[in-house]
Design a protein. Structure first.
Length: 547
């Protein structure tokens, strides 16, 4: 029996060893019509990765598609997009607050807002979450294909991609930044392809930036990559005596590309003022102190463990790159590692950059280890399997598009969200007390304000919502003093003529108002309590009057 088992094993080893190791060998062994039919009928590994990402994140688990709606900012993005669609222009002043009505406002993600607004008009929240989920799936598939293109072993490419997707999942929300998550690997691929073989295609990044600028502020990431590419190419020209002229020409080429992309980013409704506004936003100490996603990462939980692993691996990898004279890649890693350590929001950019580089470095080590191994050895078998995995990943079949179409047009049996998650937002109270909330000068949490803007659009006005760059420290500090029940809270409510407070039950302000004779409870549930002024009296005017 043992001898028979040994013969079967040897037969399988010979069969696996005979598998083609490269795409070229695969094409050479398969007649073109058969290969074309196979690509039409069979999903590739990258297609399956896209589909499995959707299944893993959104079609299984208790939260499902609703996990994309745990951030209330989605609400005002949708309503901003619908405002633009209704009027055919980009908003330039605020229409959501009673604290700063009519003040200048940069709707700098207006293009993404229009997409979300149009999807919501057509299919409701189902269209919004499906579009956002598809962006996540496409990001996973594109990052995997890019990593393979860079020369990574199939197994290392898949492992690195899964690590990057797991790390980035902390920001898988139905918000415009998902567009940057998708466009970044595409831009990196274009830059890397031009470094290998310069051509005209890289100049298409300029019109891409023009579109990107109107979708999300992440276009600045591409400008930073291009600038670092120019600087790194120049340093490499200084260090490389034999290829100095070519690399110096490359440095000038990428400097020109940076300038062209920067000029293209001016094609937005706000011109250069948008760049100044975004720069102030990213450099604001107040924003970094109060907005969690712009604070340094806290390495707790599985997702942040993935980020920590990629940061430590990137530190080691940077040393190896510098030793080999790969200055560009080292600069990219160091810059974005620094940005990620300063703001967890930038961690998604870092992991998208670091994962392909790490997979390629592991492939270098693996190739040296396998080179001396016999063809029938376990190492060679794994290498053959990795080659087969890569070869089966390099085409795109219609199946992901067909599956997405089925989800959109049918999708029976799938729990599509009809509202934001009731565990996080006061959905029942907002529905039962709509008129009272709309008529009041209302204080509530910024997340709940975002939701109320969505739920009661266009009638609701709020004290403070998720547009922290618009409110700034003026209204923002008043909001923080209120929610924490700090001294002077009565004066702040009086100054803004607040007539109602919808507070989470754990707010210190809620505990204070419960005991205050000037306020009464109009409604309450397990997560929220609605206070109105006792006796329906008009709120007193503060010393400075209404803002």
């Amino acid at each position: 029996m043992l001898e028979a088992g040994k013969r079967v094993l040897l037969h399988d080893v010979e069969r696996i060893s005979a598998l083609p190791r490269t795409p070229a060998e695969q094409v050479g062994r398969t007649p073109p019509p058969v290969a074309a039919a196979r690509r039409l009928l069979l999903p590739s590994i990258s297609d399956l990765l896209l589909l499995s990402t959707l299944a893993w994140l959104f079609l299984s688990g208790p939260d499902g598609w609703a996990r994309l709606l745990v951030d209330g900012d989605t609400g005002w993005h949708i309503r901003t997009g619908e405002w633009i669609l209704a009027r055919g222009e980009v908003p330039r002043t605020d229409s959501f607050s009673f604290t700063r009505p009519g003040q200048p406002w940069f709707a700098w993600e207006w293009g993404a807002d229009v997409l979300l607004g149009a999807l919501h008009r057509a299919w409701g929240l189902k269209g919004v979450v499906l579009f956002s989920g598809l962006l996540v799936g496409l990001y996973a598939a594109l990052l995997f294909r890019f990593t393979l293109w860079r020369g990574a072993n199939g197994f290392f490419a898949l492992g690195a991609t899964l690590a990057a997707v797991a790390a980035a999942s902390m920001h898988f929300l139905a918000r415009p930044h998902l567009i940057t998550l998708l466009l970044l690997p595409l831009a990196l691929w274009a830059l890397e392809a031009d470094r290998r073989r310069p051509g005209r295609a890289v100049w298409l990044l300029a019109p891409l930036v023009a579109v990107w600028t109107n979708l999300h502020g992440g276009f600045l990431a591409l400008l930073a990559l291009c600038a670092l590419l120019a600087a790194g190419s120049y340093v490499e020209s200084v260090l490389d005596l034999t290829g100095r002229e070519g690399k110096r020409a490359a440095a000038l080429r990428y400097l020109a590309l940076t300038a062209l992309c920067a000029a293209a980013s001016l094609a937005n409704p706000y011109g250069w003022r948008l760049h100044f506004h975004v720069f102030q936003y990213l450099r604001s100490d107040w924003i970094r102190n109060v907005v969690l996603e712009f604070q340094s990462p806290r390495f707790r939980g599985e997702m942040m463990g993935q980020v920590e692993f990629l940061l430590l691996a990137g530190l080691v990898l940077t040393g190896l790159l510098l030793r080999r004279g790969q200055i560009v890649e080292a600069l990219w890693l160091l810059f974005w590692a620094h940005q990620a350590l300063g703001s967890v929001r930038h961690a998604t950019i870092y992991v998208s950059l670091a994962a392909p580089l790490l997979a390629c470095e592991l492939t270098r080590l693996w190739t040296g280890w396998v080179a001396a191994a016999p063809r029938r050895s376990f190492r060679s078998i794994l290498d053959s399997l990795a080659g087969s995995l890569a070869a089966a990943s390099r085409w795109t079949s219609p199946w992901p598009a067909l599956f997405a179409g089925w989800l959109l047009l049918d999708g029976q049996g799938i729990r599509w969200p009809a509202d934001f998650p009731k565990e996080l937002f006061p959905t029942a109270l907002a529905a039962a007390h709509r008129q009272q909330l709309v008529a009041a000068r209302l204080v509530t949490s910024d997340e709940w304000a975002d939701y109320l803007l969505y739920r009661h659009y266009p009638d609701q006005r709020v004290f403070f919502d998720g547009r922290s760059d618009f409110y700034g420290p003026g209204v923002g500090d008043d909001y923080l003093r209120l929610m924490n029940g700090h001294s002077g809270w009565e004066n702040i409510l009086a100054r803004y003529e607040v007539s109602a407070v919808l507070a989470p039950v754990n707010w210190p302000l809620a505990s204070i108002l419960r005991l205050h004779r000037g306020w009464r409870i109009a409604a309450e549930d397990k997560q929220s309590v609605l206070f109105v002024r006792a006796g329906g009296a008009r709120p007193p005017r503060g010393d400075s009057g209404r803002p």
